[in-house]
Design a protein around this ligand. Structure first.
Ligand code: DAT
Ligand code: MG
Length: 140
């Protein structure tokens, strides 16, 4: 099914100058980047994006990390875009992410950030509902 997904290159990705590499991998897998822009997330946008995680032990660190520097937000489109982007990203913890995935191949030596959050370079929507909700925040 032709789908749209929301994707975000996180502050660690931009700080390590991996934006081009990550966008290239998304395009090489056959997905289209319909729109992208670099922004600094406001605390309100960060809270809206990660609303499903509110109250979890890692939530405060996640919000601090994601607002610690610029990110690049993208609208992705293609056949089964949501699942294919997730597959390309790899497991949440880069230490468990397979070779060939963005999180696996591009992980840094220390994946735990100063706020205790897992630094894993990229966010991708996990379901059609999440994709709709997340795209609406940044691409109206
Ligand atoms: P994903 O980004 O793979 O969809 P998630 O939605 O469960 O993972 O969590 C959102 C982000 O929060 C994740 O990319 C990194 C961080 N995170 C998740 N679980 C964590 C944990 N146990 N400790 C620290 N950070 C965590
Ligand atoms: Mg998630």
């Amino acid at each position: 099914m032709l789908e749209k997904s929301f994707c975000m290159i996180k502050p660690d990705g931009l700080a390590r100058d991996l934006e081009k590499e990550i966008l290239k991998r998304i395009e090489l897998t056959g997905l289209r980047i319909e729109a992208s822009r670099s922004v600094a997330l406001t605390p309100a946008e960060a809270a809206e994006l990660y609303q499903p995680h509110a109250g979890k032990p890692f939530y405060d660190g996640l919000i601090k990390f994601i607002t610690s520097g610029p990110v690049t937000v993208c609208q992705i489109a293609g056949e089964d875009a949501i699942a294919r982007l997730r597959q390309l990203m790899g497991a949440t913890d880069p230490r468990a992410a397979a070779a060939g995935t963005i999180r696996g191949d591009l992980r840094e030596a220390d994946v735990i950030g100063e706020h205790g959050t897992i630094k894993n370079l990229i966010h991708g929507s996990d379901s059609p509902e999440s994709a709709r909700r997340e795209l609406a925040i940044f691409f109206g």
